[in-house]
Design a protein around this ligand. Sequence first.
Ligand SMILES: [Zn+2]
Length: 129
Amino acid sequence: MMNDHTCEAIIITCIDFRFQEYINKWIAENFRPKTFDRIAFAGGVKSLDTILGQIEIAYRLHHITKVILINHEDCGAYGDPPAGGPEKHTEDLKKAASQIKQHYPDLAVETYYLHLDSTFQPISTPGVD
Ligand SMILES: [Zn+2]
């Protein structure tokens, strides 16, 4: 049952200012207002332990049913490729999705790699989605 203290999702992104407008637009196209929690950490899923703690709170207090993970191209928190290449981001997104599913099997998890040109590339996470 929906109430004032229930929301659909938690959306987790990087802090990078260059991408916020793209993220805002994507959220507006995919969510109704006031239906999601939103948090940002440098490097997105790079801070996995912190993120798991935030998800726990959103799950317990707001009864979220979905987690959205958005990492992005050219992320300073990761550094230059290969440390910050698409392969590393894909690997970390998959790892994060898998750990979230382990802790919260009933949560849906969606992962994206956001490009500098504003393209949201879905990252498939076998066994998760
Ligand atoms: Zn970043």
